[in-house]
Every structure is written in structure tokens, then in C-alpha cells.
Design a protein around this ligand. Structure first.
Ligand SMILES: Cc1ncc(C[n+]2csc(CCOP(=O)(O)OP(=O)(O)O)c2C)c(N)n1
Ligand SMILES: [Mg+2]
Length: 817
């Protein structure tokens, strides 16, 4: 049954022929209603009951859970939508699953999953009988049972919905490159007020209907959030229509006071929505795409908590914010409340819907699809099982020769300057050619700015709306890169893409990636919990390519300097969190290759985009990255033993300063024996007991000595390194330099000077730390320190007069002799 959408009056909602639907599909509507009686009952029962779960006896206080946890208000709406989606799937044999924004409505999702049998596949004791039902109801919000929100232990879930706002864009990420898939997505009207949801409505402008599947959004206007009306709930139909038509949707309203009112409308709306999706896809797939297609959007106005208690203690409950969580608040102590709850639970007449054994009647179970068509069993939601194994290019084909010319002799380290990002771009271009439908780059308008432009030699940026002239790097077909100025969209799209078995990369400016910190937190939690669930197989890692780093933001200034994401990732579970700071292009390519191969991690890869000295051949880079940290013997003067001091570079820019300091010390103060160490995997600093990458004490001391002073020149905030070193022997011998929130628009080298990470600072620190123990260094200490203080003062004066760094800095080159 297709309802014709008017193409003449686009700012017009769709009219549903309710009368016809009632007449023609009466039996189906009846069946739907009965099914919803069961799911609504089960949702309420999960929140309230620990015993008497089929109401076989009069309800008593001892049947009520002692802690009432869960959210009723959103549940009847989810149940209604779930039931209709089931019917739609059965009617058209659809490949479809649901992303639920209000994840606090888990009692509803769980009820449906129980009935469709997906739940029992993973929790075999949740059988269709009295005992199984009892366990199911009691175990909700119960220690060791299901939490109050969706989580990875709930079949068919790729989005937890605990922190609101990310459902819609996650759904779009799942639909990308899955042409046969429709992802239904419930967006709460409170959730719709969030920034991430506001931007996610535009996702269709990046989704090619020929190459990808579709999202069917259902905006659930139950009018309330926790204790306030919602903005969208208070907007008129006219206002909503104008807004969402402008966003590119064709709106169908479903509005009513009760289930009888709503069911025929939702039936018609879903049917229409499905046909609209297919119509748009058919056109695009037959080579005649519709320009600016109006994708279907269902806006469902329903009373919050409908089918619950109407009134309690003289105030209305249903249709108000009071039904958000626990509408009947005190049934254990208050006999009136107990009576109300009993009446409410009996109102579903479940004795008509379950048989003597406690099993739902066949006519109820028949409302669910079967096998993989059940939304809790849809294969896409088990991304680990269908994970595309990345087909990665050979990294040696993209290596940089570290020396001038072709030689890669060890003594020629640092011989050429290259942009690591630009070099990585050549590798990524080859990768895209090998993984044409399973890899995407999501970026907030920064691909070219981050010097990854080689990627655009093999693909384009996807964009579906009309492309303005002179934008030949955009295309409506086959763009593997999606660029939108919304880090939230990039993050959620990638999450949806990964959790449905594909892989990807998120390049971003270092400072502004912090916008998605909370999403990162939530995703890391999702991964952590997934790992504890045996049937969740590993998915490809979430890879951040963090560039335009703070040390080269001297032209953009203070606002563009923020390495706090490192601290964020350090706080995540060790099983999930990885932070890499490759010092040059070969290390970067080796690191990215490793991260793209990896699963179930959040990988933070931090590297500069400006041309910088290249230190290691690819062979050395691979060995260095495997180890995570190594002594650069070729840059050290301790002959492999007994250094006076250890200089450590972490990050490409701090490493450059370490190398310059090492060389100067070697040339000007050879009596000070230095060891140069480079760290590319930050977690090596952590103790072995705390992180799998942590060096054991023996290895740690083999590298950093047992008791010698160590200066760590670090890319980010010093607090990150401090936290990692806690518990190491003689931790007070470590001097940590890093970003100290200093330096705005200035020269590149002055950024180091402002923050105390410059080569001159390192040299002076080294002399001071060594002088007490090495008399030959002590003899020259004062003279040398004055010299470098003078050098710093001269630098300051020079940049004031010239606006640039002096030649000896800009054209500094490593030389081995
Ligand atoms: C980002 C975020 N902020 C605040 C909350 C706390 N919270 C939980 S439910 C809720 C109201 C949600 O309202 P709505 O999206 O309309 O859901 P429904 O009415 O369907 O329950 C809020 C504010 C949250 N979970 N996430
Ligand atoms: Mg709401």
C-alpha cells in the first residue's frame, strides 16, 4: 500500500488514509494492539515486580522491587514503534534494525527482544514459561541483570542511548555502504534538543541512495523530558513542517491520545515511509537520481507514558513529565499507590495473552519476524562477526628515504624534511583503492588543511546536494571522504560504520577534537563492555588521526592549542586506550597501518603536518614502533652504557628539540654523556601491571637507567606523563617538559621557548642536573648556562625585529659528525 506523495507542494505533510487502513487492515491492527499490551505490561512489570510476575495472586508489597529503577515514560512509544517495524519487516521481508535514542527505554526494547526470541539466544534461561518470564522480569535493573539502559549485552544494540544525542548520526553511519539496509531510528524530543542531533538531521546530504541504505527517523514527541516540556513538543505542526522540510525531509505526522488513535496512523506512516525510501533508491540506482530527494520523517506525537496510570495523588501522570521514570512512586509503602499499580498492571489483561504455562500465546509471538529478520538478530548489529578485514597496502611502498638522495645509511638519519601527513596521504590513497566499499574517512572540513590531499587523487568528497561550480573534488557518487563541519557527526558516523563491521579514519585538528570527548568516553565504555560479552566479537578500532598540533599553531594562536585528548584517553580502560606519537613519517605510516589492523581500541595517533626531519628508515621505524620506545644509539654519546642523563622525545616536535639539544651537547659539551630515547607509544611509561604496553621494571630501567636524571620532552600536558610515571623507581629524577598553556601568535620556535621545551632549555636543564655528579661538566656549567640564556634573549630580540625565527633554527639539520 503506497501513499502518493505530492511533488507539487513540498511544504506539505503527508495525509494518511486512516479510514481505509482501519477498514482494510483491521485484523492486523488488532494483533498489533494485543502485542503492545504484552510489551507494555512487560516493561511496567520489569520496573516494578520481583515476584508474582504474571499477577497470579493479588499484588502485595513484597512483590514489589525494593529499588524502583527504570524509565516508564518513553516505553509505550518504543513498544508501539517496535511492533510496527516488526510488521513492516514481515510485510516486505526487510533487512532492518532499530537504533533507539532514548536508551533509558530499555524495558521496552527488552520486552520486544524477549518476545522475538533474540534475547533467549544469548540468555538461554529466559524461556517462554512462568519461570523464564519471572527471571526476565526480575532481572531488570537487578544486580547482575540487565542495566536500566541499553548496553552491549542487549542483542541488536549498536547504541546505548545513555548519553542522549548520538542516535541519529550513528544510524546513518550504519546505513552507509549497506545498500539493502534500512536503519530505523527513534529520536526523543528531549534528545532532539541536543547539538549532535541537530546536526545529524543533515546526514542525508552525505548519503548516496545508490551506494548506501537508508535511515527512517521517527521523532518521538511525547512532549516531555525529565521534568520539562520539550522545545519540539511545544512547536506547532506548521513550524515542525517548515523546519524539517527545510532540512530535506518529507514529514508525516502521527498524532493521537491513545493506542487506538495512533496505531492506524503509524501503520500508514511506516508503509508510506518505506515506499518513499525505495522510490528514492530506485531512481538513484537506475541512474536517474532525484535532485534533493525528500526523505521520509515520521513525527509521532503521543502522550508520555500512555497506557500508564492517568492520575495519582490528584495530579495527572500520563501525558506529563511525571511519567518519565517511576510514575507510581511508592507502591511498597503506600496502599493507595499499590492499588493504582495493581489496577494499571491488570489493565493489560495479560491473562488473555499468556497461556497456562506462562508462555505468550502463539498469536503474540507470530507478530515478530523470524531468524535474522528479527531486529535483535540482524547480522549488521553484530559487526564483529561480519567485520571486513582491512586490505592494507604494503607500507614499504610508501616509505621515506631518511637521507638526502637514495642512501639510508644509519649515519644519515634526519637527512631530509618531509610532511608526515602528506606522505601518509599516499598510503591512504592506495588503501582506498583496495577497500572501495568498506573504508571511509570522516573529517571536519580538514582533509586538505591537514595535508592529506593525495587521498583526493583517488576519490572525492561525497556530497548529495547540488555542488556549486568550481568544486571538482566533490561528487555525489563514490566519495570515500565525508567532510562536514561537525565533529559530532564525524564521530557518530564512524561509530555506526565500525559497529556494523567496517573500518575508517577520523583526521582532525588536535584542539577541536576535544568537542567529541564525551562521545569518545561513551564509545570506549561501549567497547569495554562489549569485550566482556563473549558473543560480541571485536570490531575495527576507532582511529583518530590528530594533526595540526599545538606546536605548529603559532599562526592561529592560543585557541588552537589543546592536547587534552591525551589525558582523556589515558583515563580510559587500559584494554581499550592507546596513544601514539610517531616522530616521523615512516613511524606514522607504520603506526596507522597497525591501528587500522587492530580491533576494539580507541587509537589516538598524533602527528604534525609540517615538513620535519625524518629520523628512521622504514625498517628502523617498524622496529621502533613495535617496541613502543627505543634508545637511539646513533644520537647518543654514552656508548651504550652509563649516561649522565637521558633525553627523551615524545612527539615529533619535542623530538626535534631533543635531537637539536643532543647534537649541540655532543658538539659543545662532549664531556656530558647523553642517551637519547624516543617514545612512540605513550603507554610504555605506565607500569606493566596497569597497561599491557607498560614496560616491566627491568626493561624500564634498561632504557631510562636506574637512577640517572631523565628529561622528558613531551607533546602534551605534563600531567599526562606525571600520571604515568607514578609508582616508578626514583620518579623524582624525571623532569617533564610539555605544553604549559603558553604562547599565542608567535614563531614556531618561540612556542617551544614559551613552554620551556626548546633545545636551549633542554641543554640548560641537562647541565644543571648533571653538574652535581660530573665535575668536568660542573667546571663549564656556569659559562655554558649563561651562553644559552644569552642565546634565548637574542632569539627573543631577533623575532621581535624580524617576525621569523633565525636561520640557525629554521635551517637546522641533524648531522652525525
Ligand atoms: C546528553 C544528556 N543530557 C542529559 C541526560 C539526562 N536525561 C536522561 S533522560 C532525559 C530526558 C530525555 O527526554 P526525551 O529525549 O524526550 O526522552 P523520552 O521523553 O522519550 O523519555 C534527560 C535529560 C542524558 N541522558 N544525556
Ligand atoms: Mg520526550
Amino acid at each position: 500500500m503506497a501513499i502518493e506523495a505530492s511533488s507539487l507542494a513540498p511544504i506539505q505533510s503527508v495525509t494518511i488514509p486512516v479510514k481505509d487502513i482501519r477498514e482494510q487492515h483491521g485484523a492486523e491492527l488488532n494483533a498489533l494492539k494485543k502485542y503492545q499490551r504484552v510489551t507494555d505490561y512487560l516493561a511496567a512489570a520489569q520496573i516494578y515486580l520481583k515476584d508474582n510476575t504474571l499477577l497470579a495472586a493479588p499484588l502485595k508489597p513484597e512483590h514489589i522491587k525494593d529499588r524502583l529503577l527504570g524509565h516508564w515514560g518513553t516505553s509505550p512509544g518504543i513498544n508501539m514503534i517496535y511492533a510496527h517495524l516488526n510488521h513492516l519487516i514481515k510485510r516486505y521481508d526487510l533487512d532492518m534494525f532499530l537504533v533507539t535514542g532514548p536508551g533509558h527505554g530499555a524495558p521496552a526494547n527488552l520486552s520486544n527482544l524477549y518476545l522475538e526470541g533474540s534475547l533467549r539466544e544469548y540468555y538461554p534461561d529466559l524461556t517462554f514459561d512462568r519461570d523464564g518470564l519471572h527471571r526476565f522480569v526480575r532481572n531488570f535493573s537487578w544486580p547482575g541483570g540487565f542495566p536500566s539502559h541499553l548496553y552491549p549485552g542487549v542483542p541488536g544494540t549498536i547504541h546505548e542511548g545513555g548519553e542522549l544525542g548520538y542516535a541519529l548520526a550513528t544510524a546513518f553511519g550504519a546505513a552507509m555502504d549497506n545498500p539493502g539496509l534500512i536503519v530505523a531510528c527513534i529520536v526523543g524530543d528531549g534528545e532532539a534538543e541536543t547539538g549532535p542531533t541537530a546536526t545529524a538531521w543533515h546526514s542525508y546530504k552525505f548519503l548516496d541512495p545508490a551506494e548506501s541504505g537508508a535511515v527512517l527517523p521517527i521523532l518521538h514527541l511525547n512532549g516531555y523530558k525529565i521534568s520539562n516540556p520539550t522545545i519540539y513538543g511545544t512547536m506547532s505542526d506548521e513550524e515542525l513542517l517548515q523546519l524539517f522540510t527545510g532540512y530535506g525531509y518529507r514529514v508525516v505526522f502521527v498524532a493521537g491520545e491513545d493506542v487506538d488513535d495512533l496505531n492506524p496512523q503509524l501503520y500508514g506512516a511506516m508503509d508510506w515511509g518505506y515506499h518513499e525510501i525505495r522510490r528514492i533508491q530506485r531512481s538513484a540506482r537506475s541512474g536517474q537520481p532525484i535532485e534533493k530527494p525528500q526523505w521520509p520523517l515520521i513525527i509521532m506525537r503521543s502522550p508520555k507514558g500512555m497506557t500508564g496510570v492517568k492520575e495519582m495523588d490528584g495530579v495527572p501522570i500520563t501525558g506529563t513529565y511525571r511519567s518519565h521514570q517511576i510514575p507510581v512512586s511508592n507502591p511498597k509503602q503506600n496502599p493507595e499507590h499499590l492499588k493504582l499499580l495493581e489496577q494499571w498492571l491488570h489493565s493489560y489483561k495479560i491473562e488473555e495473552l499468556f497461556d497456562q504455562t506462562g508462555s505468550p500465546l502463539p498469536e503474540i509471538l507470530d507478530q515478530c519476524p523470524t531468524g535474522d529478520r528479527r531486529m535483535g538478530s540482524n547480522p549488521h548489529t553484530y559487526g564483529g562477526r561480519i567485520r571486513h578485514i582491512p586490505n592494507l597496502p604494503e607500507i614499504n611502498d610508501f616509505k621515506v628515504n631518511v637521507a638526502h638522495g637514495l642512501s639510508t645509511k644509519p649515519e644519515e638519519h634526519g637527512g631530509c624534511n618531509v610532511s608526515s601527513m602528506e606522505q601518509l596521504g599516499t598510503y591512504l590513497a592506495a588503501l582506498i583503492k583496495r577497500n572501495t566499499q568498506t573504508f571511509r574517512i570522516f573529517s571536519p572540513d580538514e582533509l586538505e588543511s591537514n595535508k592529506l590531499e593525495h587521498v583526493l587523487e583517488v576519490t572525492k568528497r561525497d556530497y548529495q546536494w547540488p555542488i556549486p561550480p568550481f568544486n571538482n573534488k566533490l561528487s555525489s557518487h563514490n566519495g570515500r571522504v565525508i567532510e562536514v563541519l561537525s565533529e559530532h557527526d564525524c564521530q557518530a558516523w564512524l561509530q555506526g560504520y565500525l559497529l556494523t563491521g567496517r573500518f575508517g579514519l577520523f583526521p582532525s585538528y588536535e584542539a577541536f577534537l576535544n568537542i567529541i570527548v564525551s562521545m569518545l568516553d561513551q564509545f570506549a565504555k561501549f567497547l569495554k563492555l562489549s569485550m566482556e560479552i563473549p558473543w560480541r566479537l571485536p570490531v575495527s578500532s576507532l582511529n583518530y588521526l590528530v594533526t595540526s598540533t599545538l606546536w605548529r599553531q603559532e599562526h592561529n594562536g592560543f585557541s588552537h592549542q589543546n592536547p587534552a585528548l591525551i589525558n582523556t584517553v589515558l583515563n580510559k580502560k587500559a584494554a581499550v586506550a592507546r596513544v601514539y606519537l610517531p616522530p616521523d613519517a615512516n613511524c606514522l605510516i607504520s603506526t596507522v597501518d597497525h591501528c587500522l589492523h587492530s580491533t576494539n581500541y580507541v587509537n589516538l595517533i598524533i602527528a604534525n603536518k609540517q615538513p620535519m626531519p625524518q629520523w628512521l628508515s622504514m625498517e628502523e621505524a617498524i622496529a621502533h614502533c613495535r617496541a613502543g620506545a627505543s634508545i637511539w644509539q646513533w644520537a647518543s654519546t654514552d656508548n651504550g652504557v652509563d649516561p649522565d642523563i637521558v633525553l627523551v622525545g615524545v612527539g615529533d616536535n619535542p623530538t626535534l628539540e631533543v635531537m637539536a639539544a643532543a647534537q649541540t651537547l655532543r658538539d659543545e659539551l662532549p664531556e656530558l654523556r647523553i642517551r637519547v630515547v624516543n617514545i612512540t607509544d605513550l603507554m610504555v611509561l605506565e607500569r606493566e601491571s596497569e597497561h599491557p604496553h607498560g614496560l616491566d621494571d627491568q626493561m624500564f630501567e634498561a632504557m631510562f637507567t636506574h637512577d640517572r636524571p631523565v628529561i622528558i620532552n613531551f607533546h602534551g600536558y605534563t600531567s599526562a606523563v606525571k600520571q604515568l610515571l607514578f609508582g616508578r623507581n626514583h620518579a623524582n629524577r624525571f623532569t617533564i617538559n610539555g605544553y604549559r598553556e603558553e604562547g599565542t601568535t608567535t614563531t614556531p620556535f618561540d612556542m617551544n621557548v614559551r613552554n620551556g621545551t626548546s633545545r636551549y632549555h633542554l641543554i640548560m636543564q641537562a647541565i644543571r642536573l648533571v653538574a652535581a655528579k660530573n665535575p668536568r661538566v660542573a667546571a663549564r656549567a656556569s659559562e655554558r648556562i649563561h651562553h644559552y640564556e644569552y642565546t634565548l634573549a637574542a632569539h627573543r630580540q631577533y623575532i621581535q625585529e624580524n617576525g621569523v625565527d633565525p636561520d640557525e633554527i629554521t635551517n637546522w639539520h641533524w648531522h652525525s659528525k
